[in-house]
Design a protein around this ligand. Sequence first.
Ligand code: CIZ
Length: 308
Amino acid sequence: MNKFYNSIQDEIATLKKNRNAIILAHNYQMGDIQDVADFTGDSLRLAQEAAKTTKDVIVFCGVHFMAETASILCPDKKVLVPDLEAGCSLADMIRPEDIREWKQKHPAGVVVCYINTSASVKAECDYCCTSSNAEKVVASISPDKEILFVPDFFLGTYVKQKTGREKMELWRGYCPTHVLIQSHEIDKLRAEHPKAEFLMHPECGCLTKSMHLADRILSTEGMVRYVHESAAQEFIIATETGILHRLQKDHPEKTFIPASPQAVCSFMKMNDMEKLARALENLQYEVKVPKELADRARLPIERMLAIV
Ligand code: CIZ
């Protein structure tokens, strides 16, 4: 922290004003970052907020593919990330050449990619989706079409089951954080908190075993909305633990129990207040998707937005 400021929060607020910047924080960011952000949300909501902003600079506190999505949707803005190393293991499990290879073998096939993919993978795909709209996106595709769903196997399994789709191939990618959430932990917590509602993210590795137990299978924004409307006082939350800060802040009167306290994404936690301040001070580190790539990657995102 610079000695001219009383606190790092003060420094960030002053630099943000001087830079005419907006701070966007993903639901999995650390609490102090969520608290200084202008908006906290899932990657889609944040990209939409980015697209609407009149500010000159967007500081995206999340992981790299999220900043890329913001850059694709608002090519004229300066999009910054506090730490360039904050990647996504799930997004790294699929490459553009994997999609091209599948398309060569299935020329009439359609590829649906989860938002957790790089811009270069999105550029090869037909539709993009998030965990809140994957079912609708897949359901909108003609049933005679063969689909490849990438990269999350568990979200794909859930969507395949919900849509009853037969010709749907699933890539075997997974989120290393969500696979840490185990069925036996959930069983134990449910026995200890019989009145708690159990909300599960579709990236959970134990989804196939515990799907029937979940009161709702939801994206992080879906969880935020659901808790707001539910009369329940207690919730077991099966996703990355960062979301608990937002849920607790929105509803101090309710109790939120992480399904697994170990479900912490180390990439998400690479951003911190000091790095956020330096991002604003030095306008670092810019994420800019080159125009030709951005134009191709925007297409599957726009198709998704037209459906949901
Ligand atoms: O779309 C997102 O932000 C992710 C990765 C998860 C979620 O459900 O919010």
